[in-house]
Design a protein around this ligand. Structure first.
Ligand code: ADP
Length: 190
C-alpha cells in the first residue's frame, strides 16, 4: 500500500489533483471536507454539528473529524492506497492517523504540500465561490480565517512529517497539468 497526504492551504488544488491521481494510480481518495459537505447536505447529526465551524472557517473538532475518518479508512482497508486530502489538519489528527495506519500494518509514505501564496489563494477561492457556490468561499472573513487557521494549526503537520523525513513541497502555481506532472514525479520516486 502507498499512502499519501496531499497537503496545502485552502484552494491550493488538492481536490482537483487528488481526482487525477485516483485515475492514474488507483488510490482511494478521502476528503474530509467532501465528507462534511455530504453530512451537512443530508442534515445528519454530524453535519449539523459541523456546520457552525465550517461556516465560520474554523476547524471541526478533532474528536468528530478523527472518528469520521477512521470509519471511512476501516471500511476500505483493502484498497491499493489512500490519498488523504484535507486530513490531517492538526498534529493530534496526524498522531491519530499514524496510530490507525500502524494498527493496519501500514504507514503514511509521504506528505506532498502544494505551495501557493495567499493572494493566489484568495483569488482562486473567489472564483470557486462563483462556480461551486460554497458559502465558506464566498465570505471574505471566512476565507481569511481559514488561511489564518491553516498557518497556525495546520502547518505544524508539515513539520510533524518532516521530522520523519516524509514531507516535501512542490510549486502549486502553474497549469493543472504542470502541477500534476510535479506530483507524479514525487510519487514515481517513492
Ligand atoms: P479547503 O481545503 O478549501 O479549506 P475543505 O473542503 O478541505 O476545503 O474543508 C472545508 C472545511 O471543512 C474546513 O474549513 C473545515 O471547517 C472542515 N474540515 C475539513 N477537513 C477537516 C479536518 N481534517 N479537521 C477539521 N476540520 C476540517
Amino acid at each position: 500500500m502507498v499512502n499519501l497526504i496531499l497537503f496545502g492551504p485552502p484552494g491550493s488544488g488538492k481536490g482537483t489533483q487528488a481526482k487525477m491521481l485516483v485515475e492514474k494510480y488507483n488510490f482511494y481518495h478521502i476528503s474530509t471536507g467532501d465528507m462534511f459537505r455530504y453530512e451537512m447536505g443530508n442534515n445528519t447529526p454530524l453535519g449539523l454539528k459541523a456546520k457552525e465551524y465550517i461556516h465560520a472557517g474554523n476547524l471541526v473538532p478533532d474528536s468528530l473529524t478523527i472518528e469520521m475518518l477512521k470509519a471511512r479508512v476501516i471500511a476500505n482497508k483493502d484498497v491499493y492506497g489512500f490519498i488523504f486530502d484535507g486530513f490531517p489538519r492538526t498534529t493530534p489528527q496526524a498522531d491519530a492517523l499514524d496510530q490507525l495506519m500502524n494498527s493496519m500494518g501500514q504507514n503514511v509514505n509521504k506528505l506532498i504540500a502544494l505551495d501557493v501564496d495567499d493572494n493566489e489563494i484568495i483569488n482562486r477561492l473567489q472564483e470557486r465561490a462563483k462556480v461551486q457556490g460554497r458559502a465558506d468561499d464566498a465570505n471574505i472573513e471566512t476565507v481569511q480565517n481559514r488561511i489564518d487557521v491553516y498557518k497556525k494549526n495546520t502547518t505544524p503537520v508539515f513539520d510533524y512529517y518532516a521530522h520523519f523525513d516524509k514531507s516535501t513541497k512542490i510549486e502549486g502555481v502553474g497549469s493543472i497539468d504542470d502541477v500534476f506532472g510535479r506530483l507524479c514525479t514525487e510519487i514515481d520516486n517513492l
